[in-house]
Design a protein. Structure first.
Length: 307
């Protein structure tokens, strides 16, 4: 085979998978079609409502990862994935049967809390994310079933069958991980949607609004340096300014409700303290960028607050 022939075949193979000048490759097109598929939306809505109905109380915020400052699910999945990957490596080393069984069992035990945290996060996503997330969950449940079968086979002395089921389980985990990456990096699930604000607002004081134009107790939308902010006036001359798009899923906080010194997002119910933007209730895991304010000649000015 000539070098030119090998090059052409390699280019053809890459073109089936990777983006080219004509558009995305096959894998990306398949996931994009999955995002647009609405045939299962009714079922997904019922599952979402069931997750919301579970009386988790403060535990719900803990599962979201509000205490950590970002979603806890990506942290928790490291235990089962690491255990199963290690088991796959030891499967090729003689005399490691006991260690492999222990690792597979560890993965099975730690997969459940990881799945619960992922399910709680999934219930707060928008439809396109929910569709990809549902297939991500199916892939991981398939992996769970395969590893359960693998451990059972090994305990019964069927090592070859156990190894095959373990490799199949690892493949399912890889597929689920790829979809999880799509959720996180292409669809921005779990990302801080207000992180860009401090990098785009220039230092110093900026005009916001005339004090007389701000209704008392009602959030309104304004702009600073082209960045949307939400402005809340409370009392004669007290004004609060936060980034307008919710850090959780970019919900419009100017359409939210003021509640006891806080602002509740209209989309998923995250609650932010007006005085400093702190997220006092999830699903948001990151606070809102907050601004210092002052009133000069009955005109409100604001500057980005630095830590």
């Amino acid at each position: 085979m000539t070098h030119t022939t090998r090059t052409r075949r390699a280019a053809a193979a890459a073109g089936r998978l990777l983006p080219d000048e004509a558009g995305p490759g096959r894998i990306l097109r398949a996931v994009d079609r999955l995002e647009r598929f609405s045939g299962a939306d009714r079922m997904l809505d019922r599952i979402r409502d069931a997750v919301h109905a579970v009386p988790l109380g403060p535990l719900r915020d803990g599962l979201h990862g509000r205490w950590l400052g970002h979603p806890v699910h990506p942290v928790m999945v490291q235990l089962p994935i690491g255990s199963w990957m290690s088991a796959a490596v030891l499967d090729f080393i003689p005399g490691q049967r006991r260690a492999v069984r222990t690792l597979i069992a560890t993965g099975l035990l730690t997969a459940t809390p990881a799945a619960v945290s992922g399910l709680v996060d999934w219930a707060e996503l928008h439809p396109q994310q929910m569709r990809v997330g549902a297939v991500h969950a199916v892939a991981n449940m398939t992996a769970l079933a395969l590893y359960t079968g693998s451990l059972t086979a090994r305990l019964r002395g069927r090592e070859a069958r156990g190894k095959l089921l373990g490799l199949a389980g690892l493949g399912a985990v890889a597929a689920g991980g790829a979809l999880g990456g799509h959720l996180a990096y292409r669809q921005a699930s779990g990302a801080n949607h207000a992180e860009h604000v401090p990098h785009l607002v220039s230092p110093g004081w900026h005009p916001v609004a005339e004090l007389a134009d701000l209704p008392d107790g009602t959030p309104v939308r304004r702009e600073i340096d082209g960045i949307a902010v939400v402005v809340v006036r409370q009392g004669p001359r007290t004004v609060y300014v936060l980034a307008e798009r919710c850090s959780h899923m970019a919900g419009p906080l100017s359409e939210g409700a003021v509640e006891e010194g806080c602002l509740r997002c209209p989309w998923h119910g995250s609650v932010f303290r007006l005085s400093d933007g702190w997220n006092v209730q999830g699903p948001a895991t990151a606070p809102q960028p907050a601004f210092d304010t002052r009133v000069v000649d009955d005109r409100v000015e604001a500057r980005l607050r630095t830590p």
